[in-house]
Design a protein around this ligand. Sequence first.
Ligand code: AMP
Length: 456
Amino acid sequence: MIKAVTGTKDLLPSDNPRWKYLEKIVDQVFTNFNYKEIRTPLFEETEIFARGIGEDTDVVGKEMYTFTDRSGTSLTLKPEMTAAVVRAYNEHSLGTQQPLVKLYYISPMFRQERPQAGRFRQFHQFGAEAIGSKSPLLDAEMIQMSYEILKRLGLKNLTVKINSLGLPETRESYKKLLKDYLKDKKEKLSEDSRKRFDKNILRIFDSKFESDQKILKDAPKIIEHLDEESKKDFEIVKVLLTKSNIPFEIDPALVRGLDYYTKLTFEIDSGSVGAQTALVGGGRYDLLIENLGGKPTPATGFAAGIERILLARKNEHVDLTRTQYLDVYLIRLDEVTEKEVFQLASFLRNEKLTVDFDYLNRSVKSQMREANKMNARVTLFVGGENYKNGSAIVKEMILSEERLLRIKDQTGIDFDSTELQKWLNEERGTCGYGTCQRTVKTGFRYCKEHDLQRPK
Ligand code: AMP
């Protein structure tokens, strides 16, 4: 059997309610903060990412899906969104329409990493970019928005880590300090870290080796060597986070692998997802817009991994989703043709009702079973004596109450669905889940709050 490519996943109907729920919360929070959605193509010219992310990062050096198309152009499936958003920002001169552009996205990303729990080759991110301002308020806003989304999704086991990389000059002089400190310890570093020592020394902090981390423990910290401006901005972010009741830690090792970061970097980790703990990563990237051919423009943003967030929700047992319902299931009795049922279904669907029926010529008994399985709120029996006279029995599925509704005359369908709609909107008793006294509508078992299930 041909299977999906390693590191990619199908989202089956049983998975999708969780994704839709997450996307709804994401849309809600970004809308609350007045961010507007942007969608960019799945692939870009390779140069966008090579220049935007940095040639000597793992993403560009080892993980990109790059191919040459038939015209000889080198293209890359997007491994992250920021460079693509900036390309679009520059191309459409978004900055001339508005001095500050606040954008968000939800999109698949592609990286050829070693697949493991929480790490895929096609994965999905949502994130935001605020382009056009140096204000640390926006840095705080990035942390606030991502934290708010995770909280609204019910996650608890979260750690916010922040750091500052300072202005480019600060970073360069800090690199020298770090190099001085590590010079005589270089031989003791892992092979990976020795390579990074020459190519991109800050990335030594990303090393997974304990022996490297031991050496780094006493290394000079960039946070203690900040320029005045970065120091001031960092203090403002700290105050704003405290005022927003967002607990945070300062993590001097948080340098991130990407070249375009300046000043604030942050990460939100979860204690509920195993080895790959980062749910969110972000920070300021004041150099990127210029780097990709635009005018010098300050910007800040973040990206969050959807698969990992869903894994955290699963492990924290908060991935509850509403049961899926059908408004009406049509049950065909023997003497009625399929065409008539088809027509009636089309009519009701046009009235904005969710409707289904049997396409497999099954017995009335199995049609009833199917209606139950699909959680139909009412079943409508097409056929029988009443049907000959233009009516149909409609049965509510929870209390088994039946009503006779007029549905056709000699010339065809003559169904005023107002009565059915009114019936479906009636309040019918109380929820009864625990001590819940909320009202329940026709054909539902519980109130909205308690009508939840855990998708498998
Ligand atoms: P990054 O763009 O590397 O800063 O990643 C931002 C977030 O995307 C991470 O914190 C993860 O939640 C998620 N992420 C990154 N790479 C992967 C991957 N290969 N598979 C699944 N999620 C990922």
